[in-house]
Ligand binder design. Structure first.
Ligand code: GLA
Length: 675
């Protein structure tokens, strides 16, 4: 023990950015003189549990005029161990992406017990944390707390996704609680589609340490000599103008640098999941394809239930793993469906969940050892399925081939919805044998190998990331996916909160929102207007819709197509929070400030509640703008006093518009056009 308490040189400190609260980036070690949570911990071949890293060198290179990469090299003076701290900074967006690379040349593998992506060190009089928590169908609930001495940990242990109970991002208010329009805030998120951990610790000097990385839970990782352990990327920004600005930083960075096809267009769609569940056949799908065309969307998306023959996928209890089309249900196969969609005049997309297996499947009968499960205990199932062991390269090949075979047979498939419904429930890999500690990490790396291969071969195909709702919502997976499914909960009232929450980090074009029958006490218009602020889709029986509702939807889709550029690529201003009022309002503004879309939702106003005008943001004060309410029901007159009138940007931002009402679940979409 005494060895751990000897005085060692100070840990290396790295100056990161000139934000005045962020003092230094550190990479603290364990077992020496720092008595707080470490960023790094190791066990060497001789059993020694310490490492002291000394600065060796650093270099900075410009990737382009906006992007710079800095690498700091540190070495242990006693053991052949090197740790590199890597930073990519995006100047215009004020975003830093940071990760760590660890390598050693000891004779045998070492065990790394902690391997954070980053540690940041803040100095402020007070620290406030906003966290995002929830569960299936109630994602991203935002709550705030002041941090006090000691530790607060946000983490997940789900294995095959980052999120369910906690989302992999957070906000910090430095000196004061996080606010939308003012104050110093930091927004951070980890790009890791697996177990993550954020540790917030206020130390003896009242400074705050934020350690971000893979959750080391059950993952004392065995690292071979010369193998580079690259941690996931931790991505953050600091804003002196509150979270609004910080979110816009994230959105433009994501569109320009991180999202698959970040600058490209997105397809509106009609999905059949809630319209049919597993109960469909060819004629029914053909009907829906025609409905999609009639609605005006770009694509028909076929969901779960189209595959497996020995155990046809007629429920979620069987068939996962057997990716041959169910002959009885769809005798002419996927090619026929692709053609039928084409004949109807829409594109064709398809749902897959290739990383999972139902024990009742031919795949499991043939390869039980491909599934992660315990050989000597009763199995526990989540949604009747098991997770395939992606640490095994053969399983990676198999998963890749699910997509590859579909694409080879049907080159005109235009979209994939890639689902992943089960967390890892019985953690044991038949492939890794005595290296079980590497499973959580190697599994996720295997998932990325597959994502990479798919994207290398099919770089232009848009894909939706889905995980029993919004379980996969991280910026590493989004390198390979154009968008993600925010939640299975499409009740528009709930969606207002969910979309508000995800918008803190993700641009609208990455957030899929569908109009469904959830909370059908609200109008179709309200449900559609709520989905309108994200990437719009429909998952509803159009043939049962009232004529006026259908007409309204067709008109809304046409408006959406016309305004897509602003909605998907504009700057987002969050104007009125549903957490602080009975309403919600946000707006998108085009970069040229010549077009904006304003969204106003009355959630549950009180009787005779006093209503205040909403002050717009992001416009040009000197420009004149015409205000027009759109997405009206057939024969509905706009009740908006300002409708059809022209105002200066200055007026709209200082005096605002009366957009709210005291009607429950009421909405207004307002188009604002520079004259
Ligand atoms: C998950 C998804 C749904 C749907 C079903 C199909 O729950 O979130 O949208 O695709 O799987 O089984």
């Amino acid at each position: 023990m005494s060895r751990n308490f000897r005085h060692w040189p100070l840990h290396q400190k790295v100056v990161l950015m000139p934000a005045h609260h962020l003092r230094v980036g550190k990479y603290t070690l364990s077992g020496t003189e720092d008595f707080f949570d470490p960023a790094f911990a190791i066990q060497h071949n001789d059993g020694n549990l310490t490492s002291v890293l000394y600065y060796v060198s650093h270099n900075t290179k410009n990737i382009d005029s906006n992007v710079t990469q800095t690498t700091v090299v540190m070495k242990d003076d006693v053991y052949p161990l090197e740790v590199k701290l890597c930073y990519i900074s995006y100047v215009k967006e004020n975003i830093i992406k940071t990760w760590t690379e660890i390598v050693h040349q000891e004779k045998k593998p070492v065990t790394i017990n902690r391997y954070a992506s980053s540690m940041l060190y803040f100095e402020a009089p007070k620290y406030y944390l906003t966290e995002f928590s929830g569960d299936w169908a109630k994602e991203v609930n935002m709550s705030n707390q002041q941090l006090q001495f000691g530790k607060k940990i946000i983490d997940s242990k789900l294995g095959s996704r980052a999120a369910m109970y906690a989302q992999p991002f957070f906000q910090l208010g430095l000196g004061q609680p996080v606010q939308e329009g003012q104050g110093t805030v930091m927004l951070g998120t980890i790009g890791w589609t697996g177990n993550f951990q954020f540790t917030f610790e206020i130390d003896n000097a009242s400074n705050l340490r934020v350690i971000s990385g893979i959750n080391p839970f059950l993952s004392n990782y065995e690292l071979k000599p010369n193998e580079v352990f690259t941690t996931p990327e931790f991505i953050f920004t600091i804003s002196e103008e509150g979270t609004g600005k910080a979110s816009r930083n994230f959105h433009s960075w994501a569109r320009d640098y991180q999202l698959k096809d970040g600058k490209g267009d997105r397809l509106t769609l009609l999905n059949n999941w809630e319209a049919t569940y597993f109960g469909f056949d060819e004629p029914k799908l053909e009907e829906l394809m025609k409905d999609a065309k009639n609605l005006g969307v770009d694509m028909f998306l076929l969901d779960d239930g189209w595959f497996a023959n020995k155990y046809p996928r007629n429920s979620d209890k069987q068939g996962l793993g057997d990716w041959d089309v169910t002959k009885e249900k769809l005798p002419n196969g996927v090619p026929h469906l692709v053609k039928a969609a084409k004949d109807a005049g829409v594109k064709f997309g398809i749902w897959i969940e290739p990383e999972m297996v139902n024990p009742k499947s031919e795949l499991f009968e043939k390869h039980p050892e491909w599934a992660i499960h315990l050989p000597n205990r009763e199995r526990y199932y989540y949604r009747n399925q098991l997770v395939l062991d992606l640490s095994n390269p053969k399983v990676q090949d198999y998963v890749f081939e699910v997509v590859d075979k579909l694409m080879i047979e049907n080159p005109e498939i235009a979209f994939f919805k890639w689902d992943c419904n089960s967390p890892i429930t019985n953690v044991y890999s038949f492939y890794l044998k005595d290296k079980q500690n590497n499973l959580y990490v190697d599994h996720v790396r295997g998932v990325y190998n597959v994502f990479k291969r798919v994207n290398e071969k099919y770089p232009n195909i848009p894909m939706m990331l889905c995980s029993g709702g919004g379980g996969r919502c991280d910026y590493e997976a989004l390198k390979y996916f154009t968008e993600f499914w925010c939640s299975d909960n499409t009740d528009p009232i709930e969606r207002i909160f969910i979309q508000w929450g995800f918008s803190q980090f993700f641009p609208s074009k990455a957030m899929d929102a569908h109009v469904t029958s959830w909370n059908s006490r609200t109008s179709v218009k309200f449900r559609t207007d709520v989905a309108f602020m994200c990437k719009l889709g429909f998952d509803i029986r159009l043939n049962e819709m009232k004529e006026d509702d259908l007409k309204y939807c067709q008109n809304a889709v046409a408006n959406y197509n016309r305004l897509k550029k602003v909605i998907l690529d504009g700057d987002l201003y969050r104007l009125v929070s549903p957490y602080e009022s009975n309403h919600m309002s946000v707006m998108h503004v085009s970069p040229a400030k010549d077009k904006a879309v304003l969204y106003a939702y009355d959630v549950y106003p009180r009787y005779s509640e006093k209503l205040y005008p909403v002050k717009l943001q992001g416009l040009d004060p000197a420009k004149m703008y015409k205000v027009e309410e759109i997405n009206l029901m057939p024969n509905q007159n706009s009740g908006l006093k300002a409708n059809g009138k022209v105002f200066s940007g200055d007026f709209l931002m200082k005096a605002g518009l009366d957009v709210f009402t005291t009607r429950q679940a009421n909405s207004r979409i307002i188009e604002i056009t520079a004259q």
